[in-house]
Design a protein around this ligand. Structure first.
Ligand SMILES: [Zn+2]
Length: 322
């Protein structure tokens, strides 16, 4: 009887391991891509092919509802992200997307109008469904790399909108992904007032300098960072595209981590995640190069830190195992 139970338990362990292992090429450590996007023009078959080929077991997806430059880059919505997750169970995890034309304009953040109120209500019902794993990406600051009224943005992070969403995120125990708050003091105020909310500060903590990141991570245990698009292999944030500012910093040069960033990752191994951040369908051609570069960078870290940043932190922060 005992042996029978042991055998059953072993079988369960084998099944769980097989699932957790997912299509990862032998010799490659698994990666969870914690910062991905989806739009209607994305070639889903290609995304899955690239993930399989490059040992990416799972991807966080955020719908980009901003229009692209033409029909080759149509916008998406939460339904599309959900459909992707349902089509490939265990591979894609949707967040309630916040890259929306509706949120363009600082006044929408300070004094939500009826349409924004409706968005907050819809977000709550999506989170209540249990099918979404977070909220974001909130475009606090965006530097224009294309024409159009949504291209350049500078929105207040310490605002009614962000306070409301912070409460919602804590209630449903999901993180918020936030992009580039330039006013770190205001961001600190928001984090301090919402200590039960998990904040993911995208793009190596807003492309900030190591000492700024260290200071915030030391003060706030509910703050995390993704390295979305921070590889310096293509035109992307990791190369300083579309521009650099006084407060920004890169993380690597020619596949070598800057020493101050490497120390930071070793000092806070539980706080960082990787992400490809392909936000436009034509840029999907960069996917493999970015993952390959992340592997090179992660190889420079201790094995324990590498496993956490490559995979474990994303599973824990987004609660992907639920
Ligand atoms: Zn992004």
């Amino acid at each position: 009887m005992i042996w029978k139970m042991v055998a059953v338990n072993l079988l369960i362990i084998v099944l769980i391991t097989a699932h957790a292992g997912e299509p990862v090429r032998s010799g490659q450590f698994p990666i969870v891509d914690a910062h991905g996007h989806i739009g209607a023009s994305f070639n889903v078959t290609k995304i899955v092919e690239y993930m399989d080929k490059n040992g990416v077991s799972k991807q966080i997806v955020m719908a980009r509802a901003y229009p692209g430059k033409d029909d080759s880059d149509l916008p998406g919505d939460d339904q599309l992200a959900l459909k992707l997750a349902e089509t490939y169970p265990g591979r894609f995890y949707p967040l309630v997307g916040m890259q929306r034309p509706l949120l363009t304009g600082a006044h929408k953040w300070t004094a939500p109008d009826a349409a924004v109120e409706a968005l907050i209500r819809q977000t709550e019902s999506k989170l209540a469904s249990g099918k979404f794993f977070g909220i974001g990406e909130f475009i606090v600051r965006h530097w224009a790399y294309s024409p159009g009224r949504h291209a350049e943005q500078d929105n207040p992070i310490y605002s009614e909108l962000m306070r409301r969403f912070s409460v919602l995120a804590a209630k449903y125990d999901v993180p918020m992904v936030i992009r580039y708050p330039t006013l770190v003091a205001d961001f600190s105020k928001l984090i301090a007032e919402n200590h039960s909310t998990r904040y993911v500060w995208a793009h190596n903590c807003g492309c900030s300098k190591a000492e700024v990141i260290r200071s915030l991570l030391s003060r706030f245990p509910n703050l995390f960072c993704d390295l979305g698009g921070m590889t310096n292999v293509t035109t992307g944030y990791g190369s300083g595209f579309p521009r650099k500012e006084e407060f920004t910093s890169l993380i690597e040069r020619s596949g070598v981590l800057f020493p101050e960033m490497k120390s930071l990752y070793e000092e806070f191994p539980d706080r960082f995640m990787v992400g490809t951040d392909v936000a436009h369908a034509p840029s999907m051609r960069f996917y493999e190069g970015r993952i390959r570069r992340f592997r090179e960078l992660l190889e420079q870290l201790s094995p324990e830190t590498r496993t956490k940043i490559a995979e474990q932190n994303a599973l824990r922060i987004f609660k992907l195992a639920r």
